[in-house]
Design a protein around this ligand. Structure first.
Ligand SMILES: [Zn+2]
Length: 269
């Protein structure tokens, strides 16, 4: 197929502030505000979202609601998330009907990546089988690593194992990047003849990949696998792929400062 027919759009659906040490193992002191990124992809054979951001309860002005929604993380994380910044509002403001989205790819099922699944009612959810299993594990739910109310909503669901070429033409290809969670996945897109990689939380920040520094153990499920994912991103980068990081504040501002904007390769250089 002609790969120029794939369009990629980025949007920022709020920000969260977390201790700096979350992002770099061994570092402490201070906080870092990071964007919650979602992506909308138009392919001739269907429309796709990559991650859906935070639940709208986190937009509440009542701190108790926010505390409830953040659960175990409430003391560590603060949220900057306002009305109309959720994925549904972003899509509608752009003229896209959330009910008509065909696929939702969840990189993984943490609260900041699937909180908007509820707003995309007719999409088929695509998730790694091992992520779904981890997210259904009672112990993980009890520890508030996963919140089933955000993703266990009866959507049509495709559980995949490993790489998956969504439209069968190499244009939108999911691949495993385990480590942050047991079944984390990332996405390759052919854009303007070049490969673009959405890492999701397999690599939060540009600087993390440059320095090959993993995040704090608190947010790493499997350090060996996470390191392997970093090495894979390096390899893809060295063969010309453009890497879009999971929560990089500086890079996100080159893509969008909020509402949906089309991503062209120019923005990624
Ligand atoms: Zn995240």
């Amino acid at each position: 197929m002609e790969d120029y027919s794939i369009k990629l759009y980025a949007m920022t659906c709020g920000w969260v502030t977390m201790p700096y040490g979350f992002f770099f193992a061994g570092k402490s002191g201070g906080y870092l505000a990071v964007p919650i990124q979602s992506y909308y992809i138009e392919h001739p054979k269907g429309t796709v979202l990559f991650d859906t951001g935070l639940e709208t309860n986190l937009q509440s002005e009542d701190p108790e609601d926010v505390k409830q929604a953040l659960g175990a993380y409430a003391s560590l994380i603060s949220v900057q998330y306002h009305a109309h910044e959720d994925i549904k509002s972003r899509l509608e403001a752009f003229g896209v009907d959330p009910a008509k989205i065909n696929y939702v790819i969840n990189s993984h099922l943490h609260f900041d990546h699937c909180g908007g699944n509820v707003s995309i009612p007719n999409a088929r959810i695509i998730v790694q089988k091992r992520e779904w299993q981890a997210a259904k594990n009672e112990e993980n739910i009890e520890k508030q690593i996963y919140y089933p109310k955000l993703y266990d909503l009866g959507h049509d669901r495709l559980e995949i194992e490993g790489e998956h070429d969504l439209f069968g033409d190499g244009g939108v290809v999911l691949f495993p990047s385990y480590g942050h969670t047991p079944g984390h996945q990332s996405l390759k897109i052919k854009l303007e003849g070049k490969e673009v990689v959405l890492t999701g939380d397999a690599c939060y920040l540009k600087k993390a990949l440059e320095t090959m520094t993993l995040p704090d153990a608190l947010v790493v499920n499997d350090a060996e696998n996470m390191k392997k994912s970093f090495e894979l991103f390096k390899k893809l980068q060295s063969r010309g792929a453009k890497i879009i990081f999971g929560h990089d504040p500086e890079q996100s501002l080159t893509l969008t400062d909020g509402p949906i904007k089309q991503v062209t390769l120019r923005e990624l250089i």
